[in-house]
Each structure stands twice: as C-alpha cells, then as structure tokens.
Design a protein around this ligand. Structure first.
Ligand SMILES: Nc1ncnc2c1ncn2[C@@H]1O[C@H](COP(=O)(O)OP(=O)(O)OP(=O)(O)O)[C@@H](O)[C@H]1O
Ligand SMILES: O=C(O)C1=C[C@@H](O)[C@@H](O)[C@H](O)C1
Ligand SMILES: [Mg+2]
Length: 190
C-alpha cells in the first residue's frame, strides 16, 4: 500500500488567496498553511502597512478608504504575478470585482467561513479595524457579514472554521481542500 505523503512532499501549483470576514483567521491560518507547505506567505494588509509605514487605521484616517482600496488592488495584482504563495487578503478585498477577476485569473480563492458569533468574539476587543469604529460595532459587523456573505460565496473553495478548531486544524482543512482540487499535488519523484 502506498505510504501517506508528508505535507513537505506536496507542491503548490497556484497562489491560494484566503478571503472572508475580518476575524475569520485569514492571516493566522494563511501563515500556518504556508509554513506547512514550505511556501511564501503574503498578507495584503501587512504589505500595505509596510509600504506606507502606517497602520491600516492611520491610512483610513489620513487618506480615506478609497485610497486604501486602490492600494489593496495594486498589492494583490502584484503578488498574484509572483511565484505561487499563500496570500491572505483584507476582509474587503474580495468585494471588489477587479480583485475577484485578478484572483480567478491566476490564483484560487478560499473563503474562510466563520459564524458571526465567532467573528465577534475575535474582533470585539481589538481596536485595529477602522470599519468597526462606530457607535455599534456589533451591528456594523453583522451588517457587513450579511452584505458580504453572498460575495464570499463566489470563492472557488469554502472552508468552515469552527470555534473549537485550532489554527493548525483549520490550516489542515484548507490543505485537504487544496489537495482535493489539485491545487497542491505530490512533488514529482516523491
Ligand atoms: N482557528 C483559529 N483558532 C483560534 N484562534 C484563531 C483562529 N483563527 C484566528 N484566530 C485568532 O483570531 C484573531 C483574528 O484572526 P486573524 O487576524 O488571522 O483574522 P483575519 O481574517 O486576518 O482578519 P482581517 O480581515 O482583519 O485581517 C487572531 O487573534 C487569531 O490568532
Ligand atoms: O473587512 C474589511 O473591509 C477590512 C478588513 C481588514 O483586513 C483591513 O483590510 C481593513 O481594516 C478593512
Ligand atoms: Mg488579516
């Protein structure tokens, strides 16, 4: 009987783009997937922050959301042109048709889908997300969730993330889904 392949024997064929709501775990899970597959990890929010030398909250406050969205689209297009990697996006990136088109052109999109209650538990104590700086952050998150879910559902693959799953378990689920779709394949000769 063939032995089960180790994760390190797998090869990533296309850039995997994690999409979904803020707090779904795109950054945390994306990094774990990249580590497991020994491929580069990129995060569009971090790329924008590093280039501007400012936090996302500062960019929103100084230059406005439309400016941030233009930078986000540029960063995503640039990273998609690079060698296959794991690319975690900001929660609003997949909402822009331009980004969805770019992602489906060269990458594969994975929607990390978490329930609203789990998202709220993860983001409620953090002050880093400018869109939630409203008098009713829970109501704002719920409205964003409602409006965005039909768009995230356009992603190529959906992976549900549940409250009791660790980051590594969710990453394992993502890798399994990528194997099923032939996005990660056995390394030749492995
Ligand atoms: N599967 C998980 N198990 C436990 N904690 C998690 C899991 N996924 C994410 N977290 C934690 O939840 C928080 C939010 O996760 P993360 O920053 O990765 O979300 P995100 O989807 O990248 O959000 P954003 O769109 O704002 O960038 C982090 O503190 C992270 O460590
Ligand atoms: O959901 C969103 O629109 C956002 C999520 C974060 O990742 C950041 O990209 C920014 O705070 C906007
Ligand atoms: Mg993130």
């Amino acid at each position: 009987m063939a032995e089960r392949l180790a994760v390190s024997d797998l090869r990533l064929r296309r850039t995997v783009v994690l999409v979904g709501m803020m707090g779904a775990g795109k950054t945390a899970v994306g990094r774990a997937v990249a580590t497991a597959l020994s491929v580069p990890f990129r995060d569009s929010d971090a790329e924008i922050e590093n280039a501007a030398n400012m936090s996302i909250a500062e960019i929103f406050a100084r230059d406005g959301e439309p400016f941030f969205r233009r930078k986000e689209a540029q960063v995503i297009a640039r990273l998609l042109a690079d060698t296959p990697a794991i690319l975690s996006t900001g929660g609003g990136a997949f909402l822009q048709e331009e980004n969805r088109r770019a992602i489906s052109g060269t990458g594969v999109s994975v929607w990390l889908n978490a329930d609203l209650s789990l998202l709220w538990a993860r983001v409620r104590h953090k002050d880093t997300r400018p869109l939630l700086r409203t008098p009713d952050p829970y109501g704002t998150l719920a409205a964003l969730y409602e409006a965005r879910v039909p768009v995230y559902a356009l992603a190529d693959i959906e992976v549900r993330t549940l409250p009791r799953m660790t980051i590594e378990q969710t990453a394992g689920k993502v890798i399994e889904a990528l194997r099923d779709r032939g996005v990660v394949t056995p390394e030749e000769g492995a």
